[in-house]
Design a protein around this ligand. Structure first.
Ligand SMILES: Cc1cc2nc3c(=O)[nH]c(=O)nc-3n(C[C@H](O)[C@H](O)[C@H](O)COP(=O)(O)OP(=O)(O)OC[C@H]3O[C@@H](n4cnc5c(N)ncnc54)[C@H](O)[C@@H]3O)c2cc1C
Length: 396
């Protein structure tokens, strides 16, 4: 039985810090969810993910036969993501996190036995093949199609985009339309896609941060075996939503990241000058820092309440949208203020002698918009809060 008391969680936190100190990957801190830039970084990240699994810090909620821990409890997952964020280290591979949840909750025994060990050892990498050029916020309108073949297998044709880690992935967790005549949410199925199969073309996209984290993935008549479907035909929408909802613990990381951001801004305001005096002596600077700090604390309280309800099984429909919206909008304002404090040196890149904190604030700022889009844009979050939380009329 897990010790879920505060003392128990703090003892667990101390253990997490030890593992992090010992296995931290040699990858520069970057804002947001980023890919390995090269083979060396990829090897570091594989070893990092493997260490997190081996020490029971991730995958702890899996069944014991696949390496889970009997003494796991959900708040430990929050502690893990908080400590990873505090150390400014990369999160566990996002594609594998989602795919493993889909396989555990909806996959066959054969699929679990085939794929989960490779996820634990980080020898096989995964990506999430959901979004398309015409289907992002309205994911249910996706058009990639899987056509059944006489032998029970499938042929998949279509295009995916924004595929994080797609250029490194061995497998994709794919959503494709299997029944074009069914209502749009019901005609979608989930598959395991072999990224090396004939007909799969992956094209990295270089973003304004200068790094290549996402890809376009073109699927041209790709053969997919019959046993690659996750769950039953038409269950893809349900499977996708249930796996996405599992990512609750990540909000803990979001709060820690913002608290550190405000601390870093305060330290920055002590070192940079305005009109020949330390910026921290400027009343407008102090006021902005105070507002940001107060809003981050409000978010922390909101997240604590949401996590308590999540653990008790009484989550409210608006818990996740409120936290996501507040986090991504505050994160953007913190990054903007960092650049404002730095003035003309703000945009300097990491290798520029003028760069402060290895170009941290330009990277944070350039990435910050992505958070307002990924995992449901701010507009979509506001609509969810308005319609489902406040009961306002639904948009047509
Ligand atoms: C960092 C990052 C990582 C990602 N990783 C992956 C990945 O690994 N795999 C994957 O499949 N996808 C991934 N995505 C894609 C992500 O899921 C989509 O970007 C997201 O769902 C939004 O879809 P879109 O980009 O097509 O924008 P759109 O849906 O086209 O939206 C464009 C704009 O219109 C607004 N809008 C759209 N509909 C409405 C509406 N009904 N009411 C009001 N405003 C609206 C949006 O808010 C937005 O401002 C990633 C995205 C980001 C930013």
């Amino acid at each position: 039985m897990a010790d879920s008391s505060n003392a128990g969680l703090e003892a667990f936190r101390a253990r997490v810090r030890e593992v992090i100190a010992k296995h931290a990957p040699d990858v520069p801190p970057r804002a947001g969810i980023r890919s390995a830039e090269d083979e060396r970084e990829l090897a570091e990240l594989r070893a990092w993910n493997r260490a997190l699994f081996d020490h029971g810090l991730i995958g702890a909620d899996w069944p014991a036969e696949y390496g889970g821990r009997d003494d796991h409890e959900p708040m430990q997952d929050v502690v893990v993501v908080e400590e990873i964020a505090r150390a400014r280290l990369p999160r566990p591979f996002s594609g594998a996190t989602l795919a493993s949840r889909a396989l555990l909750d909806h996959g066959s025994e054969e699929q679990r036995a085939r794929y989960l060990p490779g996820i634990r050892s980080a020898t096989e990498l995964w990506c999430q093949l959901f979004s398309e050029p015409g289907a992002g916020s309205d994911l249910a309108s996706l058009r990639t199609k899987a056509v059944p073949q006489p032998d029970g297998s499938w042929r998949v044709t279509g295009q995916k985009v924004w595929t994080t880690d797609g250029h490194w992935a061995d497998f994709g967790y794919l959503l494709a339309r299997t029944d074009p005549d069914a209502p749009k949410h019901k005609g979608i199925s989930a598959f395991v896609l072999d990224m090396r199969a004939p007909g799969v073309t992956v094209r990295p996209l270089r973003e304004l941060t200068g790094t290549a984290d996402f890809n376009e993935v073109f699927l041209d008549d790709v053969p997919v075996p019959a046993d690659a479907m996750i769950g039953a035909p038409g269950q893809g929408w349900l499977i996708a939503n249930s796996t996405l909802a599992h990512e609750r613990a990540a909000v803990g990381a979001a709060v820690v990241g913002l608290q550190q951001g405000v601390e870093a801004l305060t330290a920055l305001a002590r070192t940079v000058t305005r009109d020949g005096r330390p910026a921290i002596e400027d009343g407008a600077v102090v006021e902005t820092l105070g507002i940001l700090a107060a809003e981050v604390e409000a978010l922390a309280a909101l997240v604590r309440g949401g996590l308590a309800r999540w653990v008790a099984g009484t989550s409210r429909i608006t818990d996740a949208p409120y936290a996501k919206l507040m986090f991504s909008e505050l994160n953007l304002r913190i990054a903007e203020f960092g650049l404002e404090l730095l003035g003309p040196t703000g945009p300097a890149l990491a290798d520029d002698p003028a760069a402060v904190e290895a170009g941290r604030w330009q990277d944070e700022w350039l990435y910050a918009r992505a958070y307002t889009i990924a995992g449901g844009s701010s507009e979509i979050m506001r609509t969810l809060i308005a319609e489902r939380g406040l009961g306002l009329p639904r948009s047509p």
